[in-house]
Unconditional design. Sequence first.
Length: 474
Amino acid sequence: MAEPRVLILGGGPAGVGAARELARRKLGRATLLEAGAHYGGNAGSFEHGGQWLDYGSHRLHPATDAAIFADIRALLGADLKDRPRHGRIRLLGKWIHFPLKPHDLLLRLDKRFALGTLRDMVAKKLPGRTNGGDTFEAVIRANLGSTIADEFYLPYAVKLWGRDPKELSGVQARKRVAAGSFGKLVRKVLNAVPGFKAPGAGRFFYPVRGFGQISEAYAADAQRLGADMRLGWRMTRIEGPASENAPWRVHAEGTGRSEVLEADYLWSTIPVTALARAMAQGVPTDVLDAAARVTYRSMILIYVQLPVEQFTEYDAHYFPGATTRITRLSEPKNYSDLGRPKGTTILCAELPCALGDAVWPMDDTSLGRLLAEDLAGCGLPLPAAPIATFTRRLPAAYPIYLTGYEEPLGRLEQWVESVPRLLSYGRQGLFQHDNTHHALAMAYGAVECMRSGRFDIAHWSELRKLYAQHVVED
């Protein structure tokens, strides 16, 4: 039996991982379309001023499945570095090391915050506590107390997702807050203590040419194995199968030409909402209505190049406070530890927003000033005038789980499942909060379902239950 033709939309980790596995295991003839200039999607990288930069802060976590990690190690070899976590959080005017360290908490933690947290821990053990419902705010208050909720997670949630935490589903808290209880929080602190430290705690893996080198390596190996990898190709329209055995037809543009590509299977890693809107016909009105109610948070990434060797020793700074507009600042040079280029470094600030917000159309110079003001307000003034300021914009950075989001998302999922030989997966395709190793696990799982030239829907349904349990690693 001939290998089925599989057309993959999107060249992020889920896309390139599946293309490579299909080709390696000879389970499908893969063609992949990636509209951007690099593979990796939001987890990609680009070069500027002799330095590799990511779209925000990314790390490969030690929690990566052993088989997937072995593949990454084989693809990158010595380029994959084992690095220590070394960040800090701005909390009530003080800097606290992240990951949390016992001695740092004793010396630096605001005393009022510490006493409030201790009081909340004791109160959690007392009877008579009421359930405040299943919202982000209620879950955080119930599990971590009012002090941590009010001073850290709730203002941070407003910045990250642009909504009142009362409007966000409790699922958002369970997916995004790895230390979701006092017990887990204590274990995270103990991870810094010899004898209590879990394997891999306080460390991460990172490629020397930016986090996107992982996706680039998968893509290069997929092409070497025979996959048709098309960088700079944009899908413009999708025609579903006209009959049970008819092919998918995907209209695409790239390298100065247009083409209609046919495939037996269509695997999509683009936002599931964009997938529904791209179908030429046959999408029910209620599905399109549902797509309009499934929303993503956008983000502006502000890059500032400075004429100094190093801005700080830290890889990342976190800013939960409401008065600071950015949420995180990373210094990519401190991730790869290459020490290049000499005499200059680049900072990357993350500014979550909505497409209609006032900051979205702001020019680079104005956004650079915004960043400088935020840093100065936190006691981190820029040491010199920037050499360059530039930005990147991510229209779909984070899923927003509004209360009741399950209903429109469920309708979209029902529609996807009803269309023959269509798969929507990955972080964007499943509208899921995930790390890169989770996205790769989905790619490997999808390929695992290709059996004797057909996709095993029942097995995929079982895998979906596992993927639903993913919790984002900090």
